[in-house]
Ligand binder design. Structure first.
Ligand code: GLU
Length: 498
């Protein structure tokens, strides 16, 4: 069954914290379905559980979508023809729907107290009966209930038809059949006047002309209830797509340790929106054996019918790999801009000379092949900008061939400083040629000599290509750093020969 109306899908988060990847994946799929079909994607904030509301959550939800580049056609911030898009601003609509059901005796007021409900549940446990409301208030005459309702706290429950079966469809699973006697009379309006999710869904989705409801499969058990509610309200049922959960590697629930983080944390960790979008989309959906999908390609080939029913496993290595692919494919200027923003945030201003954008552009190609996330950038290149790289401790130099040889290391560094100082023009290729000649002259392996110089100039043993880096750092700074290292090593007492 496909809808003839233009596709309208929604992302309906509850503002209870930052949306994590599983939740956002459902939003991505809904968005792609809208964009693939030329339909609309809207956002509705489901804040009917006021006790779970987290301050700032709505802003962060919108920021997460924005970061991923998922644009919306209607929503709490931009409005639209079916607003308001925040459920707590739609209470009249839920009340009216509940009243309609009450008038039609498809719902009733329930006055059972929390204590009474607790006692009922305890009895059910004791007698090993299934849990659920047993319908005590269902037979209160409606006039009496209306009268009491004006004075006493109460909820409104849906009156599930007695006997018969309810058949509800899920696009991926086909029809799901449930005997009505297994469903209890569930609450649709709470005593505080707020609807439960069930009623809010059955009111808002038709009111907003939603054609497809994509949501996590934790809602699957509620599907027959929703079908009954839609029927009772005389609303056409939407097409349901219940998305499977994402599993942790090795099975089980995805925890924070495995990657169940919020999208904004991935941004913080140096991942690119396109890589995260690509990765989440293919975690549970596929198209041939393609792995790398541009946004445009996803919009072109994504079919919601092809979502997999098997829960997918979260593969952090794949995400990291994909991120590396996107970093390498990115135009250098775009990457340089991202790197500059990151360095500006991460380099403490008092230790670093002002960030020279030209330098960032020169440094970017040196590391583009070497980084997997933007978080790799700063530790790899901070020495370019550091006004003073503190001379590394002697141990950093006195390894392998130079173990116990501070005087020899100092001698080689001093000779290197003079060569570096005399190199003209100060260009990577020329510098490399001179330094190779120096190694031959001093009868030392190039690798050993270059490592000493690398540690002196950068403070590290692993860096972007040495001579390109030195060219960027600049001749004077290189000479100073190498001389400082030589002077330090000259002070280290030479160990007694054993
Ligand atoms: N507010 C619900 C949730 O976050 C939405 C489910 C739905 O999309 O209908 O689980």
């Amino acid at each position: 069954m496909t809808s003839q109306r233009p596709v309208r899908v929604r992302y309906a988060p509850s503002p209870t914290g930052d949306p994590h990847v599983g939740n956002i994946r459902t939003a991505i799929w809904a968005w792609l379905h809208a964009r693939h079909t030329g339909g609309q994607f809207l956002i509705r904030i489901e804040d009917t559980d006021q006790s779970r509301k987290v301050e700032g959550s709505v802003e962060r939800i919108l920021a997460s979508l924005e970061w991923l580049g998922l644009d919306w056609d209607e929503g709490p911030d931009i409005g639209g023809p079916y607003g308001p898009y925040v459920q707590s601003e739609r209470l009249d609509l839920y009340r009216a729907a509940a009243d309609r059901l009450l008038a039609g005796r498809q719902a009733y007021r329930c006055f059972c107290t929390p204590e009474e409900l607790d006692a009922m549940r305890a009895r059910q446990r004791e007698q090993k009966r299934p849990p659920g409301y047993e319908g005590r208030c269902r037979n209160i005459p409606p006039e009496e209930a209306a009268d009491r309702g004006a004075r006493e706290p109460h909820v409104v429950r849906f009156a599930v038809p007695e006997g018969g079966v309810t058949v509800a469809e899920d696009l991926l699973r086909g029809p799901i059949e449930v005997a009505n006697d297994t469903l209890d009379d569930f609450v649709i309006l709470k005593s505080d006047g707020f609807p439960t999710y069930h009623l809010a869904h059955a009111v808002d989705d038709p009111a907003m002309q939603i054609t497809h409801v994509t949501r996590g499969d934790e809602w699957l058990p509620s599907l027959p209830r929703h079908a009954l509610l839609f029927d009772a309200l005389g609303e056409p049922r939407p097409i349901y797509v219940h998305t499977p959960i994402i599993l942790a590697p090795g099975g089980g629930k995805l925890s924070k340790r495995h990657g169940a983080k919020s999208v904004l944390e991935y941004a913080e960790d140096g991942f690119l929106p396109d890589a995260v979008l690509n990765f989440l989309c293919i975690t549970g959906w596929g198209y041939g054996d393609e792995t790398v999908f541009s946004r445009e390609r996803l919009i072109e080939v994504f079919e919601i019918e092809n979502l997999s029913l098997n829960p997918a496993t979260f593969d952090m290595d794949k995400l990291t790999w994909l991120n590396g692919v996107y970093l390498r494919e990115m135009p250098v200027e775009t990457l340089a801009e991202m790197i500059a923003q990151r360095l500006e945030r991460e380099l403490p201003a008092d230790v670093y000379r002002p960030l020279d954008r030209g330098l960032v552009e020169e440094a970017t190609p040196l590391i583009q092949e070497r980084i997997q996330t933007l978080a790799d950038v700063t530790p790899l290149v901070d020495f370019f900008w550091q006004s003073e790289v503190p001379t590394p401790p002697a141990d950093a130099f006195l390894q392998k061939k130079f173990r116990g040889q501070p005087v020899e290391a100092a001698r080689l560094l001093t000779a290197s400083a003079r060569t570096v100082e005399a190199t003209d023009p100060f260009e990577a290729a020329v510098l490399e040629e001179r330094m190779r000649a120096l190694a031959a002259e001093l009868d030392v392996k190039v690798g050993d000599l270059f490592t000493l110089v690398r540690v002196a100039v950068t403070g590290r043993r692993v860096t972007p290509p040495l001579f390109e880096s030195m060219e960027i750092v600049g001749q004077g700074v290189c000479v100073d750093r190498i001389d400082a290292a030589a002077a330090m090593l000259a002070e280290v007492p030479q160990p007694e020969p054993s």
